[in-house]
Design a protein. Structure first.
Length: 155
């Protein structure tokens, strides 16, 4: 299985297609830390080979710091009476069928868009989005966070 991926300002999937805005960037510039990035989307096209159709798979995405630490992507309340917990991994499960006319050796493409709201970044540096399928890291997306002066000049 292979994965193509990019960062976008926003994205959605519908009818097997990706609709995205502000596509393909890899840097955030900020004048203060901690920095809060209001919204971004991690967009994936997962290429599922013929031999791996008709079975369940998992997709997981997390953000690492330069030293390999996990970044909190948000907070969640698992049940109405539970406390909020940090979320460091996002994703889900998917399965794609094998149409009767699909030739042996062909692949299915699964589009995925994962939204991240209010991403808090504590310090400048290189961060990396890690995309795993079935617990195997298959794609790494670098994202640099750079401090700038109040006038927008990189420091």
């Amino acid at each position: 299985m292979t994965v193509d991926a990019f960062i976008a300002d926003s994205a959605a999937t519908s009818d097997g297609k990706i609709y995205a805005l502000g596509v393909g960037w890899n840097a955030i510039y900020t004048s203060a830390f901690p920095a809060v990035h209001p919204h971004l989307a991690i967009v994936l096209t997962i290429h599922v080979p013929w031999t791996q159709t008709n079975q369940p798979h998992t997709v997981r995405v997390h953000l690492e710091t330069e030293d390999g630490g996990m970044v909190v992507l948000g907070r969640s309340q698992p049940t109405p009476d539970a406390d909020l917990v940090d979320v460091t991994v996002i994703g889900g499960e998917f399965s794609v069928g094998r149409p009767p006319a699909m030739p042996a050796g062909d692949e299915q493409v699964v589009p995925v868009s994962l939204d991240v709201n209010g991403l808090t970044l504590d310090r400048p540096g290189m961060y990396t989005w890690v995309v795993s399928i079935d617990d195997r890291p298959l794609r790494r997306l670098p994202m640099r966070v750079t401090p700038v002066s109040p006038t927008g000049v990189p420091l």
